[in-house]
Design a binder for this molecule. Structure first.
Ligand code: HEC
Length: 258
């Protein structure tokens, strides 16, 4: 699937190159290609995955690379084993930056960022044609589901904390700060506690579970939901649903026109 330049083509077009330079160029090509040779055609190959198995991987991976990278890893690790490339050489670990709402700034929940990255990587970016729109739709609708669901829902096989029971909260928001904040307030556990860590690991697992359910439905041609929430169209500004939490009862209406 990668654009391969044959040895012969390189030799033909490189009359001025010395043999040594040519060899090192070829060596360079194969190394770079192996690392970043991702296809630019979508969708990428996808095989249906087991949601519970995916959630287990996400839960365990959270303790290594945190929420965003854990969600990406839970899907790409399995597809790397089942399919191979481009998943096998996809660098998951740098997505550790999604942790804590992007480098700890409490913006988008990393699990949600990870899920959106997975759908847009596999199904494709929406500019790649109508077939790829589902990448955007599934990712966006998972944000809506997350905002309106009592989370976390997934119970891992070997929970590291909250073993008897876990406090669940509805965030009404895709923001890490608000999601974690409401849970900390409801449970009384601080950020550094094993309970809060287990909660976020379960959240990554819950998102990974939902992500794979939706991706499997898409694979079967059975994902027929449209976008549930398009802030710009409904309220004239990019946004989330919990207007009153920040604006109180004085929700401004966006200026119209260009
Ligand atoms: C996480 C907090 C938060 C949420 C949630 C939120 N806003 Fe805002 N919004 C702000 C802040 C802060 C500003 C900056 C202006 C200000 O200080 O009032 C702003 C600005 C705006 C503006 C542009 C400024 C103006 O007065 O015209 C509009 C319009 C707006 N918000 C509408 C909404 C609507 C509608 C919703 C819900 C769909 C919403 N906001 C949800 C925090 C929030």
């Amino acid at each position: 699937m990668t654009t391969r330049i044959s040895r012969r083509e390189i030799i033909k077009s490189s009359g001025l190159l010395g043999a040594g330079m040519l060899l090192s160029a070829l060596g360079g090509f194969s190394k770079v290609e192996a690392k970043i040779g991702a296809p630019k055609k979508w969708p990428w190959p996808y095989e249906k995955l087991d949601p519970a198995k995916t959630a287990e991987i996400a839960y365990e991976e959270w303790y290594r690379v945190f929420c965003g990278a854990a969600v990406i890893s839970s899907v790409f690790k399995q597809l790397g084993e089942k399919i191979g490339e481009p998943y096998k050489s996809f660098p998951v670990d740098p997505f550790i930056v999604l942790e804590g709402g992007m480098a700890g700034w409490g913006t988008i929940c990393g699990s949600l960022a990870g899920a959106n990255i997975v759908t847009n990587m596999i199904i494709g970016p929406r500019i790649a044609g109508p077939d790829c729109e589902h990448g955007h739709i599934i990712g966006s609708n998972i944000m809506n589901w997350y905002s309106n669901t009592n989370l976390p829902v997934y119970i891992p096989r070997n929970p590291r904390a909250n073993k008897e029971k876990i406090v669940q909260t509805v965030s009404n928001s895709p923001l890490c700060h608000i999601s974690v904040g409401k849970w900390m307030k409801a449970s009384g556990f601080p950020l550094g506690s094993p309970e809060r860590k287990d909660r976020c690991a379960r959240l990554a697992a819950s998102v990974a579970y939902k992500l794979v359910e939706d991706m499997n439905a898409w694979k079967d041609g059975k994902y027929d939901e449209d976008l549930v929430w398009t802030a710009a169209q409904s309220v004239g500004i990019t946004g989330q649903q919990n207007c009153t939490e920040c604006h109180g009862t004085n929700i401004p209406s966006a200026p119209t026109g260009r």
